[in-house]
Design a protein around this ligand. Sequence first.
Ligand SMILES: NC(=O)c1ccc[n+]([C@@H]2O[C@H](COP(=O)([O-])OP(=O)(O)OC[C@H]3O[C@@H](n4cnc5c(N)ncnc54)[C@H](O)[C@@H]3O)[C@@H](O)[C@H]2O)c1
Length: 351
Amino acid sequence: MAFKLAVIGCGGMGRAHSRSFKNIGEETVTLAAACDLIPEKAQKFVEEFGYAAAYTDYKKMLAEVKPDLVVVTTWNSAHAPCTIAALEAGANVFCEKPMAMNAKEAVAMKETAERCGKYLQIGFVRRFGKDAAEAKKLIDEGRLGDIVYARAFYLRRRGCPGSWFGDKEFSGGGPLIDIGIHVMDLARYLMGNPKPVNVFGTVNDQIHQFCACAGSTSPWKTDDAGVTVFNVEDFCAGEIRFENGAALHMETSYNMNLKSECNAVEIYGTKGGLILNPLTYITEMGGNLVNVVVKEENRYNGDALETEDRHFIDVIRTGIPSMASADDGVQAMKMIDALYESGRTGNSVKL
Ligand SMILES: NC(=O)c1ccc[n+]([C@@H]2O[C@H](COP(=O)([O-])OP(=O)(O)OC[C@H]3O[C@@H](n4cnc5c(N)ncnc54)[C@H](O)[C@@H]3O)[C@@H](O)[C@H]2O)c1
């Protein structure tokens, strides 16, 4: 039988997942309801994708529609209440990243899923790229040896998405919780999902006041409601030590005065290294250390999001462990909380 799908949050990511589930097909998923605080946005999803009903109140929607599968694509501050309500109403939940505003909320979500016996997957889409699959294959074959160190960069020069992303009350933070999370999580995934134990971070919020604000990426871009708040960090860098002794260095920014932008994950082992993306494998060959650029079709791909959604269907149908579990979401939020705390106090944080 097909799953009854409801989406909460009819913005950019609600649209991306709706497109993906429509592609997956109605023999697997029927589009039962679209919910947004703004009635026109929910109605637009009915017209655009063929959802059967539009709602503005997710609690009413959950009670009336009783969906089997709920996709939460609201701003970050609504992730925990929407996810918990959906799980308690008997749905399996796919929640976009970041899982929540902080680790405390994330733990409550994970515990609710366990208590209700429902599946909860987090939107770590980078885990589902072809580059990540190929990298994982090389790592699992032992080609890197033991992984000892990783670096993760998501650095924009002038790149705050604007609207609620700049307002801590809705977002929980800036580039760290919004974009840095993608590369930190991908690095942790390729390192074998180790537990973080010690974190040291540097956080800066002084840069944006000096930025010339031009174009759609300006931090001062307003949304429909005219929100102009920008009270999140511009930049965060940090070191995360894991329980197996390996370490991760990360850097992320919306507004750094860089020469060029950077979105990369580097994994270093005792026998070889890997850089994503494009996926490059560094290894010894005939006495030389060589860089092998992996073939084009194994690069990061635009349809990774559909792979991610198909995987969640498999998880619900077969009970296989999710490749982006609630626990992965919790570990990401623990790293983020600790980086913010360390940045604030100047001390390292033990987890
Ligand atoms: N995986 C990725 O690559 C990726 C990319 C972009 C955004 N995201 C994440 O996806 C989420 C959504 O981002 P977006 O860019 O689509 O934002 P958006 O602003 O385009 O859409 C969010 C929508 O949620 C609605 N909403 C908020 N609270 C609600 C509630 N309680 N009930 C119903 N509707 C509610 C808003 O009205 C808005 O229409 C964020 O958590 C963001 O971090 C993930």
